[in-house]
Design a protein. Sequence first.
Length: 156
Amino acid sequence: MALATGTSAPDFTLKTKNADGLTDVTLSANYGSKKTVLLFFPLAFTSVCQEEMCTMSGQLEDYAKLDSVVYGISVDSPFSQEAFAKANQISVTLLSDFNKEVSAAYDVIYADLLGFKGVSKRSAFVVDAEGKIAYSWSSDDPHDLPPFEEIKAVLS
């Protein structure tokens, strides 16, 4: 079961890959200034994950107006994520949980999904500016999309 609302969000540092190369992104760097939306997704280059990240990319300006930053997190390598973002015009910052530690810390990891071990469950968290989980949603069905309007309501 995903981490509950009101608990402290496990801090992390994960890698992202873009034109500038590999960069570290640390969750707690947003504390004190921004709310953070964490969108865990199973695998790059799959239809529902593409739909989720493209939908969120189209709404990033709305989230910025709500004083928040959005990260997509999967167990794919940062190089695969970069190719996924380029191929689909995804502007969400994608973070690689290649070692599966963050997905495990948030308790959103499949033991087995279609024969793949340790894939992130489709999940959404809002972490407030103090580092507490303000919203938590997770689905055992990888076809379910996060409730984007609920997420926006929590940020408002």
